[in-house]
Design a protein. Structure first.
Length: 131
């Protein structure tokens, strides 16, 4: 009986967390008061898949320092026209005031992202222990 309850609980948690991820509200992106880097792509696009581990690592590394966001434009179709993207992946960097300061289309390597954030005044994190 305990196993059934535990299994049901796990399924509910997975279902609700997946529902939340699909229904994310990106209205606060870019986050004012903090440098924000937005990667607009799709989970099934090849260059986007190549960037996924980089984005996950940087999201952890920059926690509390910069807002690192991935938006799947195939799941969130209203975001592509909102950000004016023409190709995926597209990375957009916003300053603390929410103003776009740099944009790139295509795969973007970790070093370039870190360099750009550093140029924008964000302290470079210890990347060796973050991913």
């Amino acid at each position: 009986m305990v196993k059934k309850i535990f299994g049901f609980t796990v399924l509910c948690v997975i279902f609700f967390s997946m529902s939340f991820a699909w229904a994310q509200n990106f209205a606060t992106v870019p986050e004012k008061g903090q440098v924000t880097m937005v990667d607009l792509g799709a989970k099934n696009c090849i260059p986007c898949k190549m960037m996924a581990p980089i984005m996950e690592k940087l999201e952890k590394a920059y926690e509390g320092k910069a807002h690192i966001v991935f938006i799947d434009v195939w799941e969130n179709r209203d975001q592509a026209p909102r950000f004016g993207i023409r190709a995926i992946p597209t990375q957009i960097f916003f300053n603390e005031n929410g103003e776009e300061v740099w944009r790139h289309e295509g795969f973007l390597e970790e070093k370039t992202i870190v360099d750009r954030l550093t140029e924008m005044g964000v302290e470079k994190p210890d990347l060796e222990n973050k991913g």
